[in-house]
Design a protein around this ligand. Sequence first.
Ligand code: HEC
Length: 171
Amino acid sequence: MNTVQKTLNISLSFLTQILIKQLPIMVLGLVSFNVTANEFDPRQAVHLNEQLKAQIFSNMRGMLTATQSIIGALAVDDMEAVANYARSVGFKAKKKQSNDELHSALPKSFKILGKAMHMDFDKIADDAVTLKDSKHTLQQLADVLGHCQGCHETFRIDSSVNEVSNSMPVK
Ligand code: HEC
């Protein structure tokens, strides 16, 4: 990796950290046009139709499976497998399989967070082969799980057709 790439990598992860810390503020500012709150669930709702909802949930289960596989490979110090599993959910891989309809239905701050997470998996893959340091990978995994957690605390998916009736007082 040359110096320019290294600097780029460092500034990208720095940017990611800032984005994560600023997320709650950004969420309030950016996504109010297509998200709503629910009195029982304060998270912001992202409105998707049933098909896109099924798709994003399936992607999410894929993320959990990949994380589980990475941890399993890490436990037996198989850094090659760690890299392969991480690469499969990295940004480069995701970009290839990207779904335009789902992409355009998601709020911008959601996509920024998702992209940061996918890029972190690419970094996990890169470092797994170059550094072969399982402790370092474990730390990266802890950080990436922080992205999962942060987003889950902020957003929920809502596919109900009539959102207005959800916010009406119950008689
Ligand atoms: C950019 C936001 C975001 C990120 C990052 C994110 N998720 Fe999610 N995930 C969601 C939302 C929103 C839901 C739906 C929650 C709801 O509606 O209650 C969800 C749901 C899920 C589900 C439930 C799927 C189902 O079939 O019910 C799993 C499992 C999951 N996520 C795993 C993960 C894992 C593991 C990561 C990190 C490696 C992750 N997610 C990262 C936003 C995110």
